[in-house]
Design a protein around this ligand. Structure first.
Ligand code: ATP
Length: 266
């Protein structure tokens, strides 16, 4: 998930154009983009810029892609971390990693710190709590409370389970904006196919509208996967362009893959 970077250090070349559908989500994020691009104006007015945004929703719906696009639209540094990589056996290691991550974010500001699977460190604390995880979460809270005004660092967290998160993370000044990123409807599926076939030679037999109709319930990641599989199948069949049979085989293959992983989904 660290591809799509231009040669410039950690500056993604992804923009909102690369994110299909999700119009309302993009609309909400325009406000965040304005905060970053015009932080001076907000500072002068005495307004505090939000620090944390939480994306929640099913897997593969474009949360990482959106976070990269926010960085791309604001020419910010993009720093990716996965919640699970902070949780270690030895107490203090996760907290130290969080500190290092934020040091880098402040140094290279404006920055977007993206924390995928934030529930791995941010789930509700309870009595049989794990000390290492708590220290890691505490360090994240300290970092989020402590940004200076002159450094714009926005933390975007992603989770499939908003209900698991500790209240402390959701308080004002922390992750106080929650944005649902869901599976695409038929119009969005058509747009996602559009984005992922844009550089592929397609035969006239392909009707993207029809493909969008028959992929109800698929995530953006699965649609991207279908488009890629179709291209691979076309190559293997020594074709010059991708035709509808390649797409149908690709859909079958992706559906079969899902059935193996989770027989109840289809
Ligand atoms: P997870 O919750 O599993 O981490 P995610 O929500 O972060 O998933 P992404 O990693 O952003 O999902 O999506 C995976 C890939 O699927 C993207 O890199 C992109 O190729 C494709 N994709 C998903 N959603 C979209 C979309 N709305 N527009 C275009 N491509 C998309």
């Amino acid at each position: 998930k660290t591809d799509d970077m231009s040669s410039e250090n950690n500056k993604p070349s992804v923009s909102f154009k690369d994110v299909a559908g999700l119009d309302e989500v993009k609309e909400e994020l325009k406000e965040i983009i304005d905060f970053i691009n015009n932080s001076e104006k907000y500072n002068k007015m005495g307004a505090k810029i939000p620090r944390g945004v939480l994306f929640y929703g099913p897997p593969g719906t474009g949360k990482t892609l959106l976070a990269k696009a926010v960085a791309g639209e604001t020419n910010s540094t993009f720093l990716y971390a996965s919640g699970s990589e902070f949780v270690e056996k030895y107490v203090g290691v996760g907290a130290k990693r969080v500190r290092t991550l934020f040091e880098k974010a402040k140094k290279d500001a404006p920055s977007i710190v993206f924390i995928d699977e934030i529930d791995a460190i941010g789930s509700k604390r309870n009595s049989d709590s794990n000390n290492e995880k708590d220290q890691t979460l505490n360090q994240l809270l300290v970092e989020m409370d402590g940004f200076y005004r002159s450094q714009t660092v926005i933390v975007i967290g992603a989770t499939n389970r908003l209900d698991l998160l500790d209240e402390a993370l959701l308080r004002p000044g922390r992750f106080d904006r929650h944005i649902y990123v869901g599976n695409p409807n038929v119009k969005a599926r058509k747009e996602i196919f559009g984005v992922h076939t844009k550089d592929k030679p397609l035969d006239a037999s392909i009707d993207i509208e029809d493909l969008a109709r028959k992929t109800h319930g698929f995530s953006g990641a699965q649609l991207a996967n279908i488009a890629n599989e179709a291209a691979i199948i076309a190559v293997r069949n020594k074709k010059k362009v991708i035709d509808i049979n390649d797409f149908n085989s690709a859909i079958e293959r992706v559906v079969a893959g899902l059935e193996v992983k989770n027989p109840s989904v289809l």
